[in-house]
Design a protein around this ligand. Structure first.
Ligand code: CAA
Length: 399
């Protein structure tokens, strides 16, 4: 019989800088309430010139490798739409930075904000095939839109690393999930652009539609009723979207739609994303980390996870928090990663946004030192050069 499979450990990282929506609103002459209440955002993480998805992924994954060792990790699945190379996967840069084993399959997954869920499900399948092995899944992204666009307040950055194993210590992922895919143009990023192109209003309705279909598929396959879930973690391009999505699902299921019901279902799931902003494929797992790190005890409770990636693919999953999960959490470190960011002035933010072009002569040093444990120190002959402020853990675990 296949053992229970799921999340054995989970850690969060983000960039070392952030911009508050109060500053953005002030400079754009917008009512701050539009961002804070209308979109449900207080701040957004902004990467320094020496930060990218690899440095954030390393900061999230290193403590997991330090705690569990890397000898059982057979698969490293790195999900991102902000990949650093059109050919080489971001996971290979991570491989040397944090000391991952040579006998591992390292690949990148991409499908907008959904890629992390595909990686997680394939990690579960790999562990089911050999339950003595583990898989490291990383969801990491930088959400970047054009300056002065309607989407500008929905930027952000972050990474979530998860160790997937048999008999997990944090949450079991139930085998039944619901799927929906459709070829649409609501949000995309051509390879020649560093900012996304989006049809904002359409993307909101496409998200709601896709989650509804994924939930219907979940029910058709025997998945639990909405009323059996204690919490709902939604993909959160901005946290107000989770509230829209839950209202939509309740209505669709013919259940009463009250503020109390929606607030209870989403309680503690939006705290991290309110501060980080959109982290694309990491966002739904930020919601999961946020609720697991909260004071609510969810032992034995069912948690729904609604993943959406524009373009589009959606999946509705069910997780169950296991006995003793709270002892495994990294709540203090997760909160510190978010709480210790450096607030940027508007002009600093604009210069970081503008400087991050992909075109340069192949060699340059990164501007400034963001102070993170892992840095992209620059480029030499088109090679990305990363540095760790501490040695890879492989030395400690004997690989
Ligand atoms: N006080 C309080 N609330 C206010 C306000 C004020 N002074 N002024 C406006 N609001 C409210 C509005 O009523 C609205 O709320 P509702 O949607 O509940 O009615 C909210 O603030 C936003 O206002 P607008 O709709 O006028 O905002 P906008 O048109 O300027 O932009 C957006 C909103 C379309 C989401 C835009 O930010 C955008 O394009 N973002 C990027 C796309 C995106 O995030 N899409 C989400 C679904 S796609 C997805 O999930 C994948 C992904 O990650 C990208």
């Amino acid at each position: 019989m296949t053992p229970a499979i799921g999340i054995h450990d989970l850690a969060v990282a983000t960039s070392r800088h952030m911009l508050t929506h109060a500053v953005l609103a002030d400079r754009l002459g917008t009512d701050p309430a539009k961002y804070q209440r209308g979109l449900g955002q207080d701040a957004m993480s902004i990467p320094g010139d020496d930060e990218d998805v690899v440095t954030m992924a390393a900061a999230a994954a290193a403590p997991i490798v330090e705690r569990h060792g890397a000898s059982r990790i057979r698969n490293v699945f790195f999900a991102t739409e902000t990949g650093v190379d059109e050919s080489k996967c971001a996971g290979l840069y991570l491989h040397s930075l944090i000391g991952l084993p040579s006998q591992a399959r390292v690949v990148e997954f991409k499908q907008a904000c959904y890629g992390g869920t595909a990686a997680l499900q394939l990690a579960c399948a790999a562990v089911a095939r050999d339950p003595s092995r583990q898989a490291l899944v990383i969801a990491a992204d930088i959400a970047r839109y054009d300056l002065d666009s309607a989407a500008e307040p929905t930027q952000g950055a972050g990474a979530v690393a998860m160790l997937v194993s048999a008999d997990p210590a944090v949450a079991v992922i139930d085998p039944v999930s619901g799927l929906f895919s459709s070829d649409i143009m609501d949000f995309w990023r051509p390879t020649y652009r560093s900012t996304a192109v989006v049809d904002g209003r359409y993307s909101v309705s496409a998200y709601l539609d896709a989650i509804e279909h994924a939930f219907d598929d979940f029910r058709r396959l025997g998945g639990a009723d909405l009323r059996e879930f204690e919490r709902f973690c939604y993909h959160q391009p901005f946290t107000k979207m989770a509230f829209k999505a839950h209202r939509h699902l309740l209505e669709h299921a013919g259940l009463p739609v009250t503020d109390e019901a929606v607030d209870a279902a989403l309680a503690d799931t939006t705290d991290y994303n309110r501060a980080i902003g959109n982290s694309y494929t990491a966002s739904v797992y930020m919601a999961l980390a946020s609720v697991l790190d909260s004071t609510s005890d969810l032992t034995g409770r069912r948690i729904a996870l609604a993943s959406y990636g524009s373009g589009c693919v959606a999946e509705f999953l069910s997780l169950t928090a296991v006995d003793g999960y709270r002892e495994q959490l990294r709540s203090e470190a997760n909160r510190a990663a978010i709480g210790n960011r450096n607030p940027l002035s508007y002009s600093e933010y604009r210069s970081l946004h503008t400087d991050r072009t992909t075109a340069h002569d192949g060699s340059r040093a990164s501007t400034g030192d963001s102070g993170g444990m892992y840095r992209l120190s620059g480029f030499e002959e088109h090679k990305r050069i990363y540095h760790a402020r501490q040695p890879a853990f492989s030395a400690k675990v004997g690989h």
